[in-house]
Design a protein around this ligand. Structure first.
Ligand SMILES: *[C@@H]1O[C@H](CO)[C@@H](O)[C@H](O)[C@H]1NC(C)=O
Ligand SMILES: *[C@@H]1O[C@H](CO)[C@@H](O)[C@H](O)[C@H]1NC(C)=O
Ligand SMILES: *[C@@H]1O[C@H](CO)[C@@H](O)[C@H](O)[C@H]1NC(C)=O
Ligand SMILES: *[C@@H]1O[C@H](CO)[C@@H](O)[C@H](O)[C@H]1NC(C)=O
Ligand SMILES: *[C@@H]1O[C@H](CO)[C@@H](O)[C@H](O)[C@H]1NC(C)=O
Ligand SMILES: [Cu+2]
Length: 552
């Protein structure tokens, strides 16, 4: 196998060929395959053009990406370019029943992305959690005016892979007769879709950019290069002031770019360490955590130098990063509390909630509600109670205080925005633990699109409502997302009504399935929500230890 197939290495030449804006055309036939990806046995998975892994998508800022998805599955599908703001094209964002109807089996749809950002992203399914079954790949957007100097780059995509399909894991989790089911099997890690870490080739004196993408659905990854120093230069598509770190501890959906400068000689090779772990599942030797070791190869056959562990090793704390853009902390017009949690419900199931509401999709996509109900679009009730809608005014400055009283950490992703990370702190006001605020060095908080709220903590994030659209806010642990940990940000629907025109081809996806494209969340007029299913109600606020075993 050629090295570049494994490590997705790219040379400087490719960058040089990206001279002017282009139309990048990608065709995906999405269908089932049977594969053994991790040595745990054959299972059904979702592939593109019969391949798994399938190639990443590369483009440059200013390009248009035309991505045709042909659905050869037996259920609907949709895809989301994670981290793209879709400014002015909200309908291309992807989440089924938020901004579109899923693409029915046998149908095709072409997503058109006008790319106005650079950085490290990924494209993944946003219907039926098909990303967990394979439908996910890196998406790299080069900057023609890249501020960092490096000689070559590698993309490293991290995934967790389970022996069973997501639907089976979810079914076990939602079994009403077992509100606290035992943990399912432990996943294995995949690296660029393979079960071994790639060999990264380094030449003496050169500087490499590593783009590390966490495409995991459930498990965390730690990543470090004993014997080399890493300088973080990008987080979730946002350039940062270079920041040295010993290692990265990445939540699902997060991305980092680091620069690594090679040693001056090729006397030794060095290890590359990755650890797959979940703080919330039992520690069982060989299963959790799982350790993986790769190689940074200067010379074939050179001895591997194992550097001693640094005495004061510290994992990256993202609040210490500063945005290179220099944007100062935004003012706050409105603070909104968003509390994520889990609870036992009257159905006998444990479900997840945001502000005590478990998300259930509406009968028509929320975007189409916003566009068709006139002034009522500003009333959150019109989207249906289980969409958990909050309405933002155009251009207001918003601070979300994301609270996590739950016993599990939650990686929260917001579509349509990158937000400033202002502060992490303990929820218990009597705690002696200090609040961790953004670095004063540059007075420019880092920005990202996915943040992990640690157990028992809050995170304050800020953004400006300058991108009218219907934006999903959800936990990126797919099981939690499927258990209802999601809400809908309805941003400036009054502006949307004046500016957005949904393409007919998109509305046809609904029509093909008999789904209405107008009306409130139940597909009716006014605030008549008759016809929506009655969801179960909460019986208790959980946080108990028993819950640990149930949610992953
Ligand atoms: C879920 O599991 C139950 C019990 O194991 C089974 O009867 C049912 O068919 C499963 N449902 C799905 C959708 O797999
Ligand atoms: C990747 O995301 C998963 C799920 O949130 C998380 O458990 C894991 O630590 C993350 N790994 C890295 C390297 O970020
Ligand atoms: C790297 O991984 C090896 C094997 O898993 C372990 O012994 C070593 O302590 C790790 N080193 C660092 C610096 O993480
Ligand atoms: C959620 O429910 C709990 C328990 O019933 C209550 O204490 C809490 O105030 C509620 N939170 C919100 C945001 O409504
Ligand atoms: C969206 O575009 C508008 C108009 O160009 C701009 O003012 C705004 O900052 C953009 N928002 C985002 C999130 O890119
Ligand atoms: Cu979660």
């Amino acid at each position: 196998m050629r090295l570049n197939d494994r490590s997705l290495g790219l040379c400087g030449l490719l960058l040089a060929t990206l001279a002017s804006a282009a139309r990048v055309v990608v065709d995906w036939d999405v269908g089932y395959v049977h594969v053994d990806r991790d040595g745990s046995g054959m299972r059904r998975a979702i592939a593109v053009n019969g391949q798994l892994p399938f190639p990443p998508v590369y483009a440059a800022m200013g390009d248009t990406l035309s991505l045709t998805v042909r659905n050869s599955l037996d259920v609907t599908t949709s895809v989301h370019a994670h981290g793209l703001f879709q400014n002015g094209t909200n309908y291309m964002d992807g989440p089924a029943m938020v901004t579109q109807c899923g693409i029915p089996p046998g149908h095709s749809f072409t997503y058109e992305y006008a790319i106005q950002q650079f950085g490290t992203y990924w494209i993944h399914a946003h219907d039926h959690h098909q990303n967990a079954d394979g439908l996910r790949t890196p998406f790299v957007v080069f900057d023609r005016n890249e501020p960092n100097r490096y000689d070559a780059e590698y993309v490293l995509a991290l995934e967790d892979w389970y022996a069973v399909e997501f639907a089976d894991r979810l079914n076990a989790t939602l079994d009403p007769t077992k509100p606290f089911p035992p943990p399912p099997s432990f996943p294995n890690a995949l690296f660029n879709g393979h079960k071994e870490l790639p060999v990264l080739r380094f030449a003496p004196g050169k500087t490499y950019r590593l783009r590390i993408i966490n495409m995991s659905t459930t498990e965390w990854f730690k990543f470090n290069l004993p014997g080399h120093q890493m300088r973080v230069i990008e987080a979730d598509g946002e350039n940062t002031h270079p920041y040295e770190t010993d290692g990265l501890d990445m939540g699902p959906a997060q991305r980092y770019s680091v620069l690594v400068t090679a040693h001056d000689t090729d006397e030794f090779n060095y290890p590359l360490n990755a650890t797959l772990y979940a703080s919330f599942t039992p520690q069982i030797a060989g299963k959790n955590p799982r350790f993986y070791q790769g190689l940074i190869e200067y010379r074939t056959g050179a001895p591997t130098k194992v550097a001693p562990e640094p005495s004061a090793f510290s994992w990256l704390d993202d609040v210490k990063l500063s945005a290179l853009s220099g944007q100062p902390p935004l003012p706050v017009d409105r603070q909104i509390e968003v509390t994520v949690s889990g609870s036992l419900f009257t159905s006998g199931q444990t479900l997840d909630v945001v502000n005590n509401i478990t998300y259930v999709p509406p009968k028509i996509p929320s975007l189409y509600t916003a566009l068709t109900v006139g002034e009522l679009a500003m009333d959150p009730r019109v989207y249906g109670p289980q969409t958990n809608a909050i309405v933002l005014k155009h251009l207001e400055f918003v601070e979300l205080k994301l609270n996590n009283p739950n016993v599990l950490p939650h990686p929260i992703h917001i579509h349509g925005h990158a937000f400033q990370i202002i502060e992490y702190g303990p929820l218990d006001s009597t705690s002696k633990e200090p609040v961790r605020g953004f670095s004063s060095a540059y007075n420019s908080p880092m920005r990202r699109d996915s943040v992990v709220i640690p157990v028992g903590h809050y995170v304050k994030i800020r953004f400006r409502a300058d991108n009218p659209g219907l934006w999903y806010l959800h936990c990126h642990l797919d099981i939690h997302f499927a258990m209802g940990m999601a809400m809908t940000i309805v941003e400036a629907p009054d502006v949307l009504q004046k500016t957005l025109k949904v393409p007919e081809a998109m509305l046809n996806l609904c029509r093909a399935q008999g789904i209405k494209t107008w009306g409130n969340g139940a597909g009716n007029d006014g605030l008549n929500l008759a016809g929506l299913p009655t969801p179960p109600t909460m019986t208790m606020q959980s946080g108990s230890a028993t819950e640990i075993s149930s949610e992953h």
